[in-house]
Design a protein around this ligand. Structure first.
Ligand SMILES: Cc1ncc(COP(=O)(O)O)c(C=O)c1O
Length: 475
């Protein structure tokens, strides 16, 4: 056997191993899921997915696979191995993505009326969490880069200012990095939080690889955060919806508070395939193979960046634009083209799909599963676009995507969310208070929150909306 294969086989992944045993020793099943290894579903679907995938679709409690809440058996062991790998005191596996991690943080650690410092460009799951708990956000508005249509980082000064002005803040909750890879100085922010004795939670959904490579920014877990949430499925190699929540070794936060909230929020039928994919992703990232893949992803990103430097009309956001960025997240824009138009040219003319497009540009991820040839093809296509005189399309230019507005807050989110509401045509919504969270994905950053004044400036973001839910009483 080749040493590389041996090394791969030696990596311990308890859920993966338990699933293998489960698959190889099938019992006569009289339990959920009722498709019973795929026989109870549409044959076309079974053929599409394959017998094996459906045969592995099971939930916890059966066949020595362990349970998720409370964690037992291979699932418990896999969580412990993940905690070791990330240097955490405790790691929880999450189904329903980092969304549920953020909901559990809000529900388990904040209460009605408590103040929480949050960056305005946070993901909507944080806002949903605050609606559930009733905690009041004290917004930080990071710097805006209008030219690139992007948010900048969260400065330590802006965190300290709010902590100085409010002596009753219960938590600081920041997003790092931004969707496009802009990195904040978490170390200084963590020191400030310690000085004021306030826990720091970092939504690091887009940074789960950082722990595994020194050329990437440092993970907040090593920089003093109390809790870090990672979307392993975004860049870490696990399957969609699977994420992790880590509690740091030095944190005073009671892990039971988070676990209790997770128990209420999680499905009672967790997918072993998704849990197994988290176990597999962790094991892969720790392995020599995974380490190589991250290095390749970094080198591929560098290669694309060097090709972009040769182009005349296509520009990239560089790490020297004033902030640290994650090299594997490549944001580009083309002269005379909106991000949406550039995205559609790549998709329709070249069969390329990118991570996302916004007003100014598009986001390309260099992933651990990409090959160099993918990037050579992409670079080739971008060179062609650079030389070809593509035109923008008028209606696309008029729609805005990246919410960059300063909110005008008239009511607390929770109070507004639970107020009496009515639905009005968009044309009549200006001047009213929003009754809903408007935050399209990607990036899931809010355009409007309950209790915020709707103004003309919101309309370019709402072109796909015919009606808006507003609070019933007039201002
Ligand atoms: C910063 C941030 N946090 C949390 C989430 C939610 O993650 P998930 O899709 O894993 O639920 C996202 C999703 O895009 C995100 O961008």
């Amino acid at each position: 056997m080749k040493t590389e294969v041996k090394k791969r086989l030696n990596i311990h992944a308890p859920i993966v191993e338990a699933l293998k045993a489960y698959y190889n020793n099938p019992a006569c099943q009289f339990h959920i899921p009722g498709h019973t290894r795929g026989l109870g579903t549409l044959p076309d679907f079974r053929n599409l997915l394959g017998k094996r995938a459906l045969g592995l679709d099971t939930t916890d409690e059966f066949d020595n696979l362990g349970t998720l809440t409370p964690a037992t058996g291979p699932i418990k062991e896999a969580q412990e191995l993940a905690a070791q790998a990330f240097g955490a005191k405790k790691t929880f596996f999450l189904l329903n993505g980092s969304t549920i991690g953020n909901l559990a943080v809000a529900m388990g650690l904040t209460k009605k009326g408590q103040k929480v410092i949050v960056n305005r460009n946070c993901h909507r799951s944080i806002l949903t969490g605050l609606i559930i708990s009733g905690a009041d956000p004290l917004w930080i508005l990071p710097e805006k880069f209008e030219e690139w249509g992007l948010w900048g980082n969260i400065t330590p000064e802006s965190v300290e200012k709010l902590l100085k002005e409010n002596n009753d803040v219960s938590m600081v909750w920041i997003t790092n990095p931004t969707y496009e890879g802009v990195v904040s100085d978490v170390k200084s922010i963590a020191e400030i939080c310690k000085k004021y004795d306030v826990p720091l939670v970092v939504d690091e959904a887009h940074g789960c690889l950082w722990n595994f490579n020194e050329k990437l920014p440092q993970t907040s877990l090593k920089l003093g955060a109390d809790i870090v949430v990672h979307s392993l499925h975004k860049t870490g190699g696990s399957m969609s919806q699977s994420s992790m929540l880590h509690i740091s070794k030095n944190s005073k936060i009671d892990a039971d508070d988070v676990e209790r909230a997770l128990m209420l929020l999680h499905t009672t039928s967790p997918s072993l395939i998704l849990l197994g994919s988290l176990d597999a992703a962790r094991a892969n990232l720790q392995s020599e193979r995974g380490q190589k893949q991250i290095n390749i992803a970094i080198n591929n990103a560098k290669y694309l960046r060097s090709e972009l430097d040769k182009m005349e009309h296509i520009h990239q956001l560089k790490s020297d634009f004033g902030y640290k960025t994650d090299v594997t997240k490549i944001f580009i824009k083309a002269d005379g083209l909106s991000g949406k138009r550039l995205e559609s040219i790549l998709e329709i003319d070249f069969g390329i799909e990118v991570e996302s497009a916004s007003d100014a540009g598009i986001l390309i991820l260099s992933n651990i599963g990409n090959k160099r040839s993918d990037f050579e093809y992409l670079a080739d296509c971008l060179h062609k676009i650079d030389k070809h005189n593509y035109k923008d399309i008028y209606y696309l230019e008029n729609k805005k995507h990246m919410p960059m507005l300063t909110p005008i807050i008239k009511k607390s989110i929770r109070e507004a969310y639970f107020s009496e509401k009515e639905v009005v045509p968009k044309s009549q919504a200006v001047g009213r208070l929003s009754g809903e969270v408007v935050a399209e994905c990607p990036p899931g950053i809010s355009i409007l929150l309950p209790g915020e004044l709707i103004t003309e400036a919101h309309l370019p973001y709402l072109t796909d909306y015919e009606v808006i839910e507003v609070i019933k009483e007039n201002l």
